[in-house]
Design a protein around this ligand. Structure first.
Ligand code: NDP
Length: 446
């Protein structure tokens, strides 16, 4: 008779939790995972995956415009939001099923319901009590909604995939990943989009030259920006929502979407009962092995607010399971994590910005390529791409690569291998160009 019902009890079946469950079960652990919404988590159900599909769907608008210059005549062109929305949601359902199948095939017990810690080894799910030798919290994060009167009239990225119809007007609050991505999507679909932000910065933390380029291109396309503004209240009227700003100005809109960052899901988890401590950001505090201050309780992914990216949560879950159940200890390397913004055009980035590299290394060399992609030239599309390499002058190592332009995220993933491997600018220069591509610019910067 074993002492516990399970060797591992995972709370949250998102990217980190599912990976940890599957790997731990593969190592022979008896695993249960509790999920209160849908197996798959933010990325699969209401994040990366449906967002990327909307990005593809929306981009046909510009592709169809450009097609004319390539000899195509398109008659009767029209867009139907319900078709795109329902096809995307059907794909989400399919992936949700695949995730469940993965858990089932690995003999992981799935418990649908809200889990709450009772103490260091016990969890309750909707009234039933379970014991576990080890507990993993992987409950993710949710959109932050500000405390302004009328905030409840706004939606978040949770609801945006279910909009009953394509809004005529949309205001997106925030200027980070989610705001710029959905601004691109809805603008291309024909919505009149306004982005509002508290500061004059868009994509804080990104290489400023790229963020400036996105701002310039987005403005030229017709997306409106109201920066340095402070929202006072949101009013629901017959004509729609009216946003009142402290400067006395107002904006009327059909949909308001909050995209102001994401906060860890820690409420109702029984963290106090188990004695689990939080860090200064209000996230679960963990050490390099994902262990909380309670030795039997671990946490991975967005609930720990280290790097809010799916591949990071997956690696954390994998490292946790290998270390605790597979006798294969390893930790996640957080250096040179590539990241992308699927705005229009998209951005990709890995490593240090120019400013970060100057702080770290003192002397840096910077190479840029500012060019109009061949396809844009023939299409008559006046949009320039910008690539930037940041090089540590003393070692010649490329310590940062940043790009905005068509397919930048696809190209960046390959560049990330070079940056992570510590390759030098001389290695880039030594590589023969692949012509004609956009990515050849990476080896032609002198
Ligand atoms: P971001 O952190 O990217 O951006 C937050 C935005 O909200 C900023 O413009 C910020 O302004 C503003 N803001 C933050 N707090 C407040 C506040 N209290 N009041 C008013 N404005 C505020 O958050 P997102 O919600 O866009 O995305 C959350 C995270 O999810 C991202 O950081 C990323 O890690 C992840 N994500 C990744 C994606 C990808 O990989 N492609 C896609 C979507 C999300 P300011 O700049 O002035 O500080």
């Amino acid at each position: 008779m074993t002492k516990y019902d399970f060797d591992l009890f995972v709370i949250g079946a998102g990217s980190g939790g599912v990976r940890a469950s599957r790997i731990a079960a593969g190592h022979g652990a008896r695993v249960a995972v509790a999920e209160e919404y849908r197996v798959g988590g933010t990325c699969v159900i209401r994040g990366c995956v449906p967002k990327k599909l909307l990005v593809y769907g929306a981009h046909f608008a510009e592709d169809l415009d450009d097609a004319r210059r390539f000899g195509w005549t398109l008659e009767g062109r029209r867009f139907d939001w319900a078709t795109l929305r329902d096809n995307v949601l059907a794909e989400v359902d399919r992936l949700n099923g695949l995730y469940q199948t993965t858990l089932d095939n690995n003999k992981v017990t799935t418990l649908l319901g809200h889990a709450r810690l009772l103490d260091a080894h016990h969890v309750e799910v909707d009234g039933t009590r379970y014991s576990a030798r080890t507990i993993l919290i992987a409950t993710g994060a949710r959109p932050f909604v500000p405390d302004v009167p009328g905030a409840e009239h706004g939606i978040t990225s949770n609801e945006v995939f279910h909009l009953p119809e394509l809004p005529r007007r949309m205001v997106i609050a925030g200027a980070g990943y989610i705001a710029t991505e959905f601004a691109g999507v809805f603008h291309e679909l024909g919505t009149d989009v306004t982005l509002i932000n508290r500061s004059d910065t868009i994509l804080r933390g990104w290489e400023p030259a790229l963020a400036d380029r996105l701002l310039t291109i987005s403005t030229a396309k017709g997306i409106s920006f109201k920066l340095n503004c402070k929202l006072e209240r949101v009013e629901q009227t017959d004509a729609g929502l009216v946003l009142h700003f402290v400067d006395g100005k107002t904006i009327e809109t059909d949909v308001l979407m909050w995209a102001l960052g994401r906060v860890p899901n820690i409420e109702g988890l029984g963290l106090d009962a188990a004695g689990v401590a939080l860090n200064e950001k209000g996230a679960i505090a963990v050490d390099g092995e994902n262990r909380t201050n309670v030795p039997s309780i671990f946490a991975v992914g967005d609930v720990t607010d280290r790097v809010q990216l799916t591949p990071v949560a997956i690696r954390e879950g994998h490292a946790f399971a290998d270390t605790q159940f597979g006798n294969k200890p390893w930790t996640v390397d957080y250096r040179a994590i590539p990241s992308a913004v699927f705005s229009n055009p998209p951005l990709g980035s890995v490593g240090m910005t120019e400013a970060e590299a100057r702080n770290a290394y003192g002397q840096v060399r910077v190479f840029t390529s500012d060019f109009r992609p061949m396809k844009n030239v023939l299409a008559g599309r006046n949009e320039r791409a910008l690539y930037k390499l940041v090089v540590d002058a003393s070692t010649d190592r490329v310590v940062g690569a940043h790009m905005i332009g068509p397919d930048a995220p696809e190209i960046l993933q390959a560049v990330a291998i070079a940056v992570k491997a510590g390759l030098t600018k001389a290695h880039f220069d030594d590589t023969m160009a692949l012509h004609p591509t956009m990515s050849e610019e990476l080896v032609l910067m002198r």
